[in-house]
Design a protein around this ligand. Structure first.
Ligand SMILES: [Ca+2]
Ligand SMILES: [Ca+2]
Ligand SMILES: [Ca+2]
Ligand SMILES: [Ca+2]
Length: 462
């Protein structure tokens, strides 16, 4: 007997290659690996899908925030119109504590009014308010002497500004007419017509972005990081920790005052309308007082401004406040380019004829120290001598009819930043938007403190 039974006479016995047998254990391992790979694939697909969904969601969320911010900007402009239409005394700036100015909620969004106060470059704290255009020099009426008084302005540039807006092609000394502009590449003609926006200045010979905007590239009145890093990033700056502002905040093209009294009638011209003036004084103060006032005014030169009229009349400020809205020194209607002593900055006041830095400073510091509404020009007369009143008087007003709302808004979670400048004219029945400019592309303008405030607020909402 062979040790092998017939049943075990396998291929082994016949000298063939053995087929390796797979153990159950190995089989299970292989399946596990396949399952793992498949799972991993599924997980990857899920993650990718999730990520793409998240990106879609975020983009929709940001889009929503941006739409909310856009709506909040519109709400801000409408609100500014409402505030201006409801001021206590028409033609006066609303007092700052009578309206909402910062982080004003509009649903999930909020808006702020940026101030262009044009104060000195050391101002670091963000200021929020509406801006009076009558507090600025009007590019269409300011003389070369007045323009030359602006910080950084040269006599040549002032002359070129006047040449740009005057009708003729006669060259002012140092200025520029078409014969200069036609040699530029691309060439263009001198406008010979009034400025329609302050930014039009960029077309005028000798003007530069540096002079117009200074270091304040995003036009927010704050020293942002890129405005204090030298030439590392735009704009060029002197890295001295102080914001050197451009002249844009001192200039306007919009200031225009309707020359009508509160009843809608023509105002009385103090330089010529003696008969109407006598009647007004008698009707308001009675015959005796009217005669006293007229006696004070008689003799010497004819008055040339409402301010001089008050200063020489011997009236009290209270008496003057009763009639000042009925008086004018101009036959124009409207009167362009008057400067509002209740809002103009020192730099602007110092440019006016007969004025200097010291007189401008005394006006601004008196204004700051007064809590009551400065509702007529009377208070300024007490600060200036007779000669200065005669020089500067014809240019001063206590009214404003064009106001800029620089509205900044964010949507939900502080996202979707938007910014629009709108100039509102309140000289008619209802406020009209006469200019608007989208400044969203200039970047964040609310400064780091507001950014922190928003970040904290979003954190508490989570
Ligand atoms: Ca000209
Ligand atoms: Ca800035
Ligand atoms: Ca810089
Ligand atoms: Ca600087």
């Amino acid at each position: 007997m062979t040790p092998h039974s017939p049943g075990r006479n396998t291929s082994l016995d016949q000298g063939m290659t053995p087929i390796p047998r797979v153990s159950r254990k190995q089989e299970r391992g292989t399946i596990l690996i396949i399952v793992l790979w498949v799972s991993l694939g599924l997980v990857t697909i899920t993650l990718l899908f999730g990520h793409s969904m998240m990106l879609n969601f975020r983009s929709a969320d940001n889009h929503l925030a941006s739409l909310q911010a856009e709506q909040a900007v519109e709400a801000g402009i409408r609100y500014a119109g409402y505030v201006l239409a409801n001021v206590e005394v028409p033609g006066e700036m609303p007092e700052e504590d009578t309206y909402a100015r910062q982080m004003v909620p509009v649903g999930d969004a909020a808006f702020w009014f940026l101030s262009h106060s044009g104060e000195t470059g050391t101002r670091r704290q963000r200021v929020f308010a509406l801006n009076d255009e009558a507090g600025k020099l009007n590019l269409n009426t300011a003389t070369t002497e007045m323009l030359e008084g602006l910080p950084g302005m040269t006599a040549e540039l002032a002359a070129a500004i006047v040449d740009w807006r005057d009708e003729d092609d006669e060259l002012t000394e140092g200025g520029a007419e078409s014969q200069y502009y036609q040699f530029l590449d691309p060439s263009y003609a001198c406008k010979n017509a009034p400025f329609e926006s302050v930014e039009e200045l960029r077309l005028v010979a000798g003007m530069s972005a540096t002079l117009l905007y200074g270091e304040d590239a995003n036009r927010n009145g704050l020293l942002d990081a890129n405005e204090n890093d030298g030439n590392t990033s735009w704009p060029p700056d002197d890295q001295d920790g102080v914001l050197d502002e451009g002249i844009i905040n001192y200039l306007t093209v919009y200031s225009s005052e309707p020359n009508t009294d509160p009843d809608g009638g023509t105002r009385i011209n103090v330089t010529s309308g003696q008969q109407e003036l006598a009647t007004l004084l008698q009707d308001t103060f009675g015959d005796d007082r009217a005669q006293e006032i007229q006696q004070s005014l008689s003799g010497g030169q004819t008055v040339n401004s409402v301010l001089e009229f008050y200063s020489r009349s011997g009236m009290t400020a209270e008496e003057f406040a009763e009639i000042d809205d009925y008086l004018t020194a101009s036959d124009d209607n409207p009167v362009e380019g008057l400067i509002n002593v209740n809002t103009a900055s020192e730099a602007v006041l110092a440019c006016l004829p007969g004025m200097d830095e010291q007189k401008a400073e005394s006006i601004v510091s008196t204004r700051r120290g007064t809590n009551t509404q400065l509702d007529s020009l009377a208070w300024v007369a007490d600060l200036l001598d007779t000669e200065t009143i005669r020089s500067v008087g014809p240019l001063l007003t206590s009214h404003c009819y064009q106001v800029t709302a620089d509205v900044v808004a964010v949507g939900r979670k502080g996202r979707g930043y938007q910014r629009t400048i709108a100039v509102l004219d309140v000289s008619g029945e209802t406020p009209q938007i006469i200019y608007r400019e989208d400044l969203s592309g200039q970047g964040w303008s609310l400064g780091l403190d507001t950014l922190q405030q928003l970040t904290d607020l979003v954190a508490t909402q989570r």
